[in-house]
Design a protein around this ligand. Structure first.
Ligand code: NAD
Length: 445
């Protein structure tokens, strides 16, 4: 679906006109192409006194062949500013992150990154440290709003002992795979992570993607296959033809099934046990909308949305966490929520409830999943250019596109890349997160 306004403002004249009228001028975002380096310009790296992640950060920057500088040089455009703020234990020390970012923020390249690493506030050792670490959130979210040229800012909360588990998250955030993810707070815990093969991290893994016949699900299936997984594409029988087309193109296979059927969990577990001898990645992408304001919403509209978007997923995950499950250690359960589930939305009481439920489900199940060496996370997409959003009335669609720090809609691939990061064998420390893929949407923030 094309964004004509963005096309217009990409031309010199259109851009000038938009600027003069005080209208947004969205920068076309750089997106990953196979073979692209993680960073293609120097990285400025700094740390607060007493910070503890230096070794892990240097290791990742070294492995991605970044040219690392520790003080800004005039005229250099930086692919990323990376600041280890874990040494900040009191509010007067926040000055260090201000000093580092403020001197170089105007040198951040187009589609560049600002990444601040801190300690999860609940894992700090006293009130002063907790206060200062929590304060970083306001800082990073503001940086996200002030950055220009499609650049983004993130805060990574690295729990004590999580240093060795940071690599996959740093790579994702530094790269153009995280193009539409901004102003997120991502928690990484300690984990023994597999060292993946970076060009095909999902080699020999088996993945299930629900709702894979079109839209975001199709892109997720393609991306997991690109990363080396055998993808089983699931959708309702009525979508059989499109489903087969997607599966054939990516060398995957199909499973025609309505996930709300009573025996769906059993059929899924049997399918993977018998046909594939196991399962590694499950993406609960299938979802529906049945919009009506509450006074006009029928029971059927309520039940169908809660049934597909939430209850089917709860039942399938329960089955996948039993002892006889085909889900292997190192497994990944991934939900698709929505910013409607965070902010609420007129006409979507059923949908917003179901998507908020997905967030609760992820948070509730994370400790149990961890006991089995499995992670569970969700993405919460904002405005994504799909046939679903193409059907939205034009004024609402324009508002949805522009009301975020990047002034544009995301693409299905942006959701898919975020899911691929969760799925990565190196992301074993990423558990119980809900990362928004919304370009820092104003809704619910
Ligand atoms: P879509 O309607 O294009 O695709 C959804 C797919 O799910 C369809 O192929 C459909 O057949 C399948 N499906 C529906 N009910 C099913 C069932 N009972 N069993 C099996 N499959 C079923 O939607 P999309 O825009 O690609 O959205 C994908 C996901 O992303 C959904 O969960 C949606 O809520 C979420 N999301 C989308 C946006 C957006 O902007 N498009 C924003 C936030 C969240």
């Amino acid at each position: 679906m094309s964004d004509r306004y963005q096309q217009l403002t990409s031309s010199g004249l259109g851009r000038q006109l938009a600027k003069r009228l005080g209208l947004p001028t969205p920068t076309p975002l750089r997106r990953h192409r196979p073979g692209d380096p993680v960073v293609s310009a120097p990285v400025l790296s700094g740390a607060a006194e007493g910070a503890r992640l230096g070794e892990s950060i240097s290791k990742t920057l070294g492995e991605v062949h970044a040219q690392v500088e520790h003080a800004p040089t005039e005229g250099t455009r930086y692919a990323a500013l990376v600041f280890d703020a874990t040494g900040i234990t009191a509010s007067d020390q926040l000055r260090q992150v201000y000093a580092f970012v403020s001197t170089a923020i105007r040198q951040v390249a187009t589609s560049g990154r600002v990444i601040v690493l801190g300690t999860p506030p609940e894992e700090t050792s006293g009130t002063a440290e907790r206060t200062a670490q929590r304060a970083l959130e306001g800082f990073v979210r503001t940086v996200g709003k002030e950055l220009k040229g499609g650049a983004t800012a993130q805060l990574v909360h690295a729990a004590p002992g999580a240093g060795n588990a940071l690599d996959s998250t740093l790579r994702f955030l530094l790269s153009s795979k995280s193009a539409f993810v901004s102003a997120q707070v991502i928690r990484v815990g300690p984990a023994d992570v597999e060292q993946p093969h970076h060009s095909r991290p999902l080699r020999e893994k088996v993945a299930l993607v629900t709702g894979a016949s079109r839209g975001i699900g199709e892109s997720i299936a393609e991306t997991l296959a690109r990363d080396g997984a055998h993808v089983v594409c699931l959708d309702v029988p009525a979508q059989g033809e499109d489903l087969a087309r997607v599966a054939n193109r990516i060398g995957g296979s199909t499973l025609q099934l309505d996930i709300t059927e009573q025996d769906a969990p059993r059929r899924i577990t049997e399918h993977f046990t018998e046909r594939h001898g196991g399962l590694d990645v499950v993406v609960h992408n299938a979802g529906i909308t049945r919009d009506k304001t509450l006074g006009r919403m029928s029971e059927q509209q309520w039940d169908s949305v809660i049934g597909v978007n939430l209850m089917a997923q709860e039942r399938i995950n329960e089955a996948l966490l039993t002892d006889s499950s085909p889900l292997r250690a190192g497994g990944r359960l991934i939900g698709v929520a929505s910013i409607s589930g965070i902010a609420g939305n007129v006409g979507q009481a059923n949908y917003a409830t179901s998507k908020a439920g997905v967030i609760g489900h992820v948070q509730g199940l994370a400790p149990r999943a961890a006991e089995r060496g499995v992670t569970i996370n969700a993405v919460a997409p904002g405005f994504i250019e799909t046939s679903m959003t193409a059907a939205v009335p034009v004024m609402i669609r324009e508002a949805g596109r522009r009301m975020n720090s990047l002034s544009q809609g995301g693409l299905p691939i942006d959701v898919a890349e975020t899911i691929a990061w969760y799925a990565d064998p190196g992301s074993g420390g990423v558990n119980g997160n809900v990362v928004r893929v919304c370009g820092q949407s104003m809704l619910g923030s």
